[in-house]
Ligand binder design. Structure first.
Ligand code: SF4
Ligand code: SF4
Length: 165
């Protein structure tokens, strides 16, 4: 898989060629939670829900735990990053009773999905994501391109990657 710098370069080339974002007209999406929890469940296999210290603090506070207790119980380290742990079936540890049990304090990665740069690489990657996320469908309301781009950049900032135009 290409690294972030290569993807950024390709993205900028494509943008210049097209004279704008491919999703300039906005994207159709409405999250179907709590009727759908596909992105929180392990049905796509193991994964990571990345959390930074600010997000860990917010989650700890939401759960009424101190920071050390929270991290000991719910956080794992992968290289130089931190992720929430998952259950044996790869569900997020906070997926409970068919919903997110920490919804008001959920991490940026959760709030911004499916507006992640890798999902928005092209129309094809967006269409492909619709096979995983039923909220992406032709009858969903249009999310304006500026909102999409804001969320992409929020997620990128959270990963320590510079914003895109
Ligand atoms: S998979 Fe899509 S529709 Fe389902 S909960 Fe996640 S964002 Fe919402
Ligand atoms: S923190 Fe909540 S929204 Fe995020 S993956 Fe876990 S259950 Fe889903």
């Amino acid at each position: 898989m290409p690294d972030d710098a290569t993807r950024d370069h390709a993205h900028k080339l494509l943008q210049a060629k097209r004279g704008g974002r491919w999703y300039e007209a906005g994207l159709r999406f409405r999250c179907l939670a709590p009727d759908c929890v596909a992105c929180c469940s392990g049905k796509r296999g193991p994964g990571y829900v990345w959390v930074n210290p600010t997000e860990m603090l917010a989650l700890a506070e939401f759960l009424g735990l101190d920071f050390d207790d929270f991290t000991r119980k719910f956080v794992r380290q992968s290289h130089n990053r931190y992720s929430l742990i998952e259950r044996q079936n790869f569900d997020c540890v906070f997926l409970k009773d068919g919903g997110c049990s920490v919804y008001p304090a959920r991490p940026t990665q959760c709030r911004t999905y499916p507006f992640w740069h890798e999902v928005l690489e092209s129309e094809a990657t967006w269409q492909h994501e619709s096979t995983e996320c039923p909220g992406i469908h032709n009858d969903a309301p249009i999310v304006p391109a500026t909102d999409v781009a804001r969320q992409v950049n929020e997620d990128r900032a959270n990963r320590g990657i510079p914003a895109r135009d």
